[in-house]
Design a protein. Structure first.
Length: 308
């Protein structure tokens, strides 16, 4: 989705401050939020893509003013309220409680089985690779064009890389498609590729000439460069054909038919009046009225000899 979270390629956010020997967690509460995310914090099971989409739906001010784990916490709070597990008033009351007494002990629940399950998941991992019968559309070294998509839901195709030319440099087999998996619409695995896009293609004015960006993109995000160029050419030709209209042939001098070249509004009114029958009054654009007006003009144009 196009929201404030997709800030790749944007500027104006200031320099990146690198912290020497940065710890994994800066505060104890960040460690707890990480654990809550792993145990789903009372939420029903959901894929990783759904968790990412929750963060994407945060309000822009909340997203930009929050740290990494603050976004995780806010997304979990909204999800718990949406699921009916907690009420917003309950969360705010607990915040006030600990703000008034920071030394108040945190509630703790021992669950050795859940802890062992989480440890086993970390050791084994949860690969998103899948086996499918469909053959890959693209080969390594093939030139492609990323599609200019604007989905309303979750996607892994960033805005700055849409509608750009690149080259396939690796094929990783089929993987779960995040655009559908995030919304409970099925895994729908697709082939996944690493695409190299020149920085001059992304930012023509400010990029270094020999630098490039590598992106892992699903097959549904890509088109063949030749096919894309052909389709664009056909669209332009069709648009040009529609814009071109045949020139109107001017009638010869003295041709009485030139009077029938009336604006569309008069023509439509003339046709409408003819349908009313002979009893309907004729408009200025009617055929009979045209002949009468022609005779009147021709009569007036002749000089009249007067007797002295």
């Amino acid at each position: 989705m196009n929201s404030v979270h997709d800030i790749g390629g944007m500027d104006g956010f200031g320099p990146i401050q690198r912290e020497a020997n940065e710890p994994v967690f800066h505060e104890p509460w960040e460690r707890r939020v990480f654990g809550m995310r792993l145990t789903r914090a009372g939420l029903p099971p959901a894929p990783l893509d759904a968790g990412r989409h929750r963060v994407e739906r945060l309000e822009p001010v909340t997203y930009l003013s929050s740290s990494y784990y603050e976004r995780w916490l806010a997304a979990m709070e909204y999800a718990l309220v949406a699921a009916g597990t907690l009420a917003l008033e309950e969360i705010e009351a607990r915040i006030r409680q600990y703000a008034g007494d920071p030394d108040l002990p945190m509630p703790r629940r021992e669950d050795p089985a859940s802890a062992e399950h989480i440890a086993a998941v970390f050791r084994a991992g949860r690969p998103a690779s899948r086996k499918i019968r469909q053959k890959p559309r693209f080969a390594v070294g093939e030139k492609i064009v990323t599609r200019n998509l604007n989905p309303h839901g979750h996607t892994r195709l960033p805005r700055y890389a849409r509608g750009k030319r690149g080259v396939i440099i690796a094929h990783h087999g089929a993987h779960v498609f995040p655009d559908t998996n995030a919304h409970g619409l099925g895994e729908n695995p697709q082939h996944l590729y690493t695409v190299r896009i020149a920085m001059r293609e992304l930012w023509p004015r400010d990029a270094e000439p020999k630098e490039s960006v590598l992106l892992d993109l699903w097959e549904g995000y890509l088109d063949k460069e030749k096919g894309m160029a052909g389709s664009l050419k056909q669209k332009r030709a069709a648009t040009t054909k529609k814009m071109k209209t045949p020139p109107r042939k001017m009638p010869a001098r003295g041709d009485s038919k030139r009077i029938t070249a009336r604006p569309p509004s008069i023509i439509s009114r003339t046709s409408a009046s003819s349908k009313l029958g002979n009893g309907a009054p004729k408009l200025a654009g009617a055929k009979g009225a045209t002949r009468d007006s022609t005779r009147t003009r021709s009569a007036r144009s002749k000089p009249v000899r007067r007797s002295r």
